[in-house]
Design a protein around this ligand. Structure first.
Ligand code: CA
Ligand code: CA
Ligand code: CA
Length: 258
């Protein structure tokens, strides 16, 4: 979250022991599924459901059955065997970013992430099925021009373990809508897998000042260069002036690596 922060306030945030640093805004609604239903999400095809963690036998539909966080997660059966399933499942959410601050900075980037788990069928054969996160950058709404697609590496959802899946990409110029999509896909030769997804997240981040998609000390050096020239792009508190307040706001972003 970008705050319109005065120097004194920023100093207090910066220097208070144990104080929380500014965090970028979470753009997804119901990203942890804690409403207990698929509010804000679209499921394609309609083969999955929000599931409450509970104790069940170690094989069968709705494994894994323990959420990564909270009480609820999204679970789906991907398969071509019995009972009939589907070779893929997707959940999608479109996000309007026109009201987000600082997206004109030119070096903003997108982080999309989730936690994924899997479970093998009752035969115990390890699965080699895939999961990935995709973000579409669009202009003129969620059915408008497709500007860019960001895709994570595919992940084998190891049985029982929640594993992170993440994509970082520059925000396409002119994008006003982002479409977050999680996809689980059955690998050829296997009959079925149960996938769990939780802790989904989509954020716009601004701390990568040199545009290499990594936030490290090189970006702080770049900040000092831009500060010396009073570059208007580092007006991080959006007050029309370039001063130490902007440095403090940036350091909060930098601390969160976003
Ligand atoms: Ca959850
Ligand atoms: Ca960087
Ligand atoms: Ca400023």
């Amino acid at each position: 979250m970008i705050h319109h922060t005065r120097t004194g306030t920023a100093l207090a945030i910066c220097c208070a022991a144990g104080a929380a640093f500014a965090q970028p805004a979470e753009l997804l609604t119901n990203g942890g599924f804690e409403s207990g239903d698929l509010t804000a999400w679209v499921s394609v095809p309609d083969e999955g459901a929000v599931t409450e963690g509970r104790s069940e036998p170690d094989c069968g539909y709705m494994n894994p059955h323990t959420p990564f966080a909270g009480r609820y997660f999204f679970s789906c059966a991907v398969g071509d065997g019995t009972p009939p399933g589907t070779a893929f499942v997707r959940i999608r959410q479109a996000v309007d970013i026109t009201a987000e601050p600082l997206i004109a900075l030119g070096n903003s980037f997108v982080i999309a992430s989730c936690r994924v788990s899997g479970a093998t069928g009752c035969n115990g054969i390890p699965s080699d099925d895939l999961a990935r996160v995709t973000v579409e950058h669009r202009r003129d709404g969620d059915t408008g021009d497709l500007l860019q697609v960001s895709v994570s590496d595919a992940l084998d959802p190891a049985p029982g373990a929640w594993r992170p899946l993440e994509v970082r990409e520059p925000l396409a110029d002119g994008a006003d809508t982002l479409i977050y999509e999680f996809e689980g896909e059955l690998d050829a030769g296997f009959a079925s897998i149960d996938l769990g997804v939780d802790d989904t997240s989509l954020r716009l981040c601004h701390a990568d000042l040199n545009g290499d998609l990594v936030v490290n000390t090189q970006d702080v050096l770049q900040l000092l260069n831009l500060y010396q020239s009073r570059d208007p792009r580092i007006d991080f508190n959006l007050d029309g002036q370039i001063n130490t307040s902007d440095i403090l706001v940036y350091l909060n972003l930098w601390q969160s690596r976003c």
